[in-house]
Write a protein that binds this ligand. Structure first.
Ligand code: FES
Length: 714
């Protein structure tokens, strides 16, 4: 252990015959304390991360510790068991009521020092335990929520000390927990006396304190808003140990909610629902148009999304009874904090802001900072004093959802250049590393979601999602959502009896076109080669162009020339956006690519690169970021400091407006080719046999050259 890192507490007495020397692991903090000092007290004095809600009364069980076995150099002892007081009655009572503790564990508030000891604080007893290990390896999120519980015993009123109940409650919080100068929500005044008497002067208090700040921030309580001041937001009679937070990702199509315990950071239940705003318009711009055409349409949509969120809160609270063993249904009233991510239009509608300005240049946001408010002000039906935190938007087309992706993926901590892409109707793109971050959005349109594609449909049962084409015979095989089998597997027909083969989804269309390109059906310019009709009956003449017949059944699914064109337009827009950002950073290569969102989760990254949606990169470094936006919301829920982090990140990222960048068009034209007109895809070439760059226009030029030569010769 490093003595330098663990200075002796100044108020700790020197070690002597009636002193115990205690070392805490894993922190390594150490000090000397009089015999009889509870381990919890020693931990607190040393600043050791040991949890407690009940203040050492043996009720909450959060302070569990282990006596480590092994060498302990100070007095050369090897066993520590005898150096703590014996198992106390309170611990037996705790086990009787709450069930047995893990082997060897003691309650830190009950076990007292009797000799030199090494105390291990297990991770689940640490206040700031690591709660999110997902995302990238370097992401390390510690539990440090804005709302915490404190159990107190309040002095009873006395004729000689005529102070109010609230004053005595605050005094208990100050004495027992060091919480001074707390405000209290005024709507709690009415019930406070009843609660304190019902609990026989014992109560649990929820305190909201968002004041976790990064080291370089110097905010004091004077420049915090009224919402940001530490305050009592809920009081329960007696001991209460369950409070919840909900992380919510409001997408244009779906809304996802994750119910999390604010006391241990666990995700208890997750659920999703369709965004009811779909009835006002499929995509974002049609919803903005709805507002333009229908005065009051914004309010209708705001109400619709808020109602859906309130229904989801009921669903996750109910579901927890079935998802977590021994957990009863959660109470809506115990939801005390909510965090939100959303794209700019959803963000505005959620907050009750008319999104019309986002419908046209210069795409001005009403505000681009985070929003910290009472959830009730957003019409959210949780605890009356529950807090809501909405992550900041980056720009008019780059929303709080992308801010969430950045928070979850942490590209700003790396030396490597990361490219983050969230594909939807607009692709939101972030590029950079610890030195510099740039962001833009690019108008990809809905083709990647299966819209504007002849056989396109949402990713639902019956949709073709995987395709392979034999380059010799040009025969396809495919799989559909809802069946594990390939279409040429025995039993496939039966397996899709109930769902049918109904269309092709976004990831399916990417694979179909990429496979057509690899099989030589489509050339570099995206033209379906009619000469292939001689080789396969699946190449069909379609006016002046050709189509590829993918499936012939109840529903006939073809990939038409227009489908290919739509994907080319979408992918060229995405790639051109990426190139603008690469130009801005002056780089030729990216080191890692993360594809966020549902599209990113389902797409095969190899095919995305074959088509040139994304630039060349070592294939292993191209991965799905999963639900990174939702993870960002979860991180903001679990760790107050991360809110400051994302605010600073968004503030520092350079925003680029693709619409006014003169080079966008040039990049766009070059990016229409598969995978690209001029950029080399050497990394991709190591794992995929890319067809030679040859376009129909080259072939046409070659034919005319030959014909001119023949004429001259003739
Ligand atoms: Fe609550 Fe020990 S601090 S049981």
């Amino acid at each position: 252990m490093n003595q330098r890192d663990n200075p002796k507490p100044t108020d700790s007495p020197q070690s002597g015959s009636d002193q115990a020397h205690v070392v805490f692991t894993p922190s390594g903090k150490r000090g000397d304390f009089p015999f009889g000092t509870p381990v919890l007290d020693a931990a607190r004095k040393l600043g050791v991360d040991l949890d407690s809600v009940c203040g050492g009364r043996g009720i909450c069980g959060r302070c569990q510790i282990l006596c480590s076995e092994g060498e302990f150099s100070k007095h050369g002892i090897t066993s520590t068991q005898a150096h703590l007081t014996a198992y106390a009655e309170v611990e037996e009572r705790y086990e009787r009521i709450k069930g047995a503790m893990k082997t060897g564990r003691r309650l830190g508030c009950q076990a007292k020092l009797q000799g030199d000891v090494v105390i291990d604080v297990p991770e689940d007893s640490q206040v700031h335990r690591q709660v999110i290990r997902k995302a990238a390896d370097h992401v390390d999120v510690k539990l440090d929520p804005t709302v915490r519980l404190y159990y107190v015993e309040v002095e009873q009123p006395d004729m000689h000390d005529p102070s109010g109940d609230l004053r005595r409650l605050k005094k208990a919080l100050a004495t027992e927990w060091g919480l001074d100068n707390l405000d209290c929500e005024s709507n709690l005044f009415g019930n406070l006396q009843k609660i304190l008497r019902e609990g026989e002067w014992k109560a649990t208090v929820a305190v909201y304190d968002p004041a976790a700040r990064t080291a370089d921030q110097t905010e004091t309580s004077d420049n915090l808003t009224a919402y940001d001041k530490p305050r009592i937001i809920s009081v329960w009679p007696g001991f209460h140990d369950r409070i919840y937070g909900v992380a919510i990702d409001v997408g244009s199509t779906t809304i996802a909610a994750h119910l999390c315990s604010l006391t241990d950071g666990e995700v208890l239940a997750s659920s999703g629902a369709m965004n009811p705003q779909i009835r006002f318009g499929e995509d974002l711009m049609s919803r903005v148009s709805y507002v333009m055409m229908n005065p009051g349409g914004d309010t209708e949509m705001t109400n619709a999304v808020r109602e859906a969120i309130n229904e989801l809160l009921v669903v996750v609270c109910t579901e927890v009874a079935s998802t977590v063993e021994g957990h009863e249904q959660a109470s809506i009233n115990d939801i005390l904090d909510l965090t939100f991510v959303a794209n700019p239009v959803m963000h505005h509608l959620l907050l009750g802001i008319d999104p019309v300005e986002l419908g046209g240049a210069p795409f001005a946001l009403a505000f681009d900072e985070s929003a910290s408010l009472r959830a009730a002000e957003m019409g959210i039906a949780a605890n009356l004093n529950a807090r809501a935190y909405v992550l900041p938007c980056i720009a008019g087309h780059v929303g709080a959802d992308t801010a969430g992706v950045m928070l979850a993926e942490q590209p700003h901590l790396l030396d490597d250049i990361s490219l983050l892409v969230d594909v939807g109707t607009n692709a939101e793109i972030v590029l950079g590393n610890r030195e510099r971050m740039v962001a833009c959005s690019s108008p990809t349109g809905p083709a990647f979601e299966g819209a504007q594609i002849s056989g396109g449909q949402r990713a639902a049962p019956g949709a073709i999602e995987r395709i392979r084409i034999d380059p010799e015979t040009l025969e396809p095989k495919f799989s559909v959502i809802g069946s594990e089998l390939w279409s040429n597997d025995e039993g496939f027909e039966e397996s899709v009896n109930n769902i049918g083969v109904t269309g092709i989804c976004g990831s399916g269309i990417i694979e179909a076109i990429a496979e057509m390109f690899l099989a030589g059906i489509i050339d570099t310019d995206g033209v379906i080669d009619g000469a292939m009709a001689a080789k396969s009956e699946r190449i069909l003449a379609d006016g002046r162009t050709f189509s590829y017949l993918l499936h012939d059944g109840d529903v006939r699914i073809i990939i038409s020339q227009n489908d290919v064109r739509q994907i080319q337009l979408a992918k060229a827009a995405l790639y051109a956006g990426v190139k603008l950002l690469m130009d801005r950073l002056g780089i030729e290569k990216v080191q890692r690519i993360r594809l966020a969102g549902a599209f990113g989760s389902h797409i095969d990254v190899k095919y995305a690169m074959v088509l040139g949606l994304i630039p060349d990169c070592v294939l292993e470094q191209v991965t799905s970021a999963g639900n990174a936006a939702g993870n960002g919301a979860r991180i903001a829920l679990m760790n107050a400091n991360s809110r400051r982090e994302v605010e600073s990140l968004v503030h520092n990222v350079e925003k680029i407006e693709t619409a006014v960048e003169p080079k966008f068009q040039e990049h766009f034209v070059l990016a229409m080719a598969f995978p690209h007109k001029s950029d080399e895809f050497t990394e991709l070439g190591k794992v995929v046999n890319l067809p030679e760059r040859k376009s129909t226009s080259d072939a046409g030029r070659e034919r005319s050259r030959k014909s001119r030569r023949r004429k001259r010769a003739g």
